[in-house]
Design a binder for this molecule. Structure first.
Ligand SMILES: CC(C)(COP(=O)(O)OP(=O)(O)OC[C@H]1O[C@@H](n2cnc3c(N)ncnc32)[C@H](O)[C@@H]1OP(=O)(O)O)[C@@H](O)C(=O)NCCC(=O)NCCS
Length: 219
């Protein structure tokens, strides 16, 4: 295990990690609360078919509020290629050969908001409430620290109440609500809720989840 990995397992916040020219690819073995083994690694273009299969398993209720149409192969392919622009990190979790979670960190390209990183995580319904969302958040946090992000941002449509509740528990505050600002997949206008958290506050809350359970510490 790397020194940083040990720090994370001990519940200590990672210090700023110099990113250098290019980030070393992630590939970690983790265990969910129920003992399921998962691999968390960078998403590559080769994973396109697996990713399409994962998105296909999402119920329409989950897909309805996503930023893009994940049933469109071209859209999904272009989104993977965004990682080559340098401001987007994508992570996936795999059980065996199947993707069971998808995570994204998108750093703002505007100079005045270059300290902001937007987080997105989606977990296969069959794998929820086993700690996978938290593991993905932890890895995205670590990538955000490596990119000197100070503020993490999450954007939701108003009906995504569970997601907003979880983000509140992770230290996010609702900063603004833009009425009828976005369209869901059915074409209905929805209010956009923007939530932000200070990176240290975010870490403190992730850590407190780990403190509340012996799950990661016992491994
Ligand atoms: C949000 C999401 C990623 C959580 O994934 P997950 O793997 O179920 O999360 P975890 O098992 O790590 O849960 C961590 C904690 O979050 C809270 N939580 C998770 N799901 C919750 C729910 N539906 N309602 C209330 N609290 C919830 C719990 O406190 C949970 O800890 P506990 O199970 O020990 O009580 C998942 O529900 C999802 O993919 N939702 C749809 C996409 C989305 O809304 N993403 C928003 C994040 S950007």
């Amino acid at each position: 295990m790397t020194a940083r990995g040990r720090l994370l397992k001990m519940g200590a916040a990672p210090q700023n990690i110099s990113r250098g020219e290019e980030r070393i690819g992630m590939n970690k073995n983790e265990t969910l609360k129920d003992g399921t083994a998962v691999v968390i690694r960078d998403l590559k273009l080769d994973d396109l078919e697996k990713l399409m299969a994962f998105y296909k398993t999402l119920p329409p209720d989950d897909r309805r509020y996503l930023k893009v149409d994940v049933t469109a192969r071209d859209v999904v392919r272009r989104r993977i290629l965004l990682t080559e622009q340098g401001n987007v990190d994508r992570l996936i979790a795999l059980v065996g050969d199947n993707i069971v979670a998808d995570g994204m960190l998108e750093v703002s390209r505007d100079d005045w908001s270059r300290h902001q990183g937007e987080l997105r995580v989606i977990v296969d319904r069959a794998f929820r409430r086993r700690g996978l969302g938290l593991l993905m958040m932890r890895e995205l946090h670590s990538l955000a620290v490596g990119r000197n992000i100070r503020k993490v941002v999450a954007k939701f449509m108003r009906p995504q109440e569970d997601a907003r509740r979880i983000c509140r528990a992770l230290g996010f505050r609702e900063e603004s609500l833009l009425p009828d600002y976005v369209l869901d997949r059915t074409g209905a206008a929805q209010d956009l809720v923007i939530m932000t958290a200070d990176i240290q506050e975010f870490w403190k809350e992730i850590e407190s989840f780990y403190r509340a359970t012996d799950w990661q510490r016992c491994q």
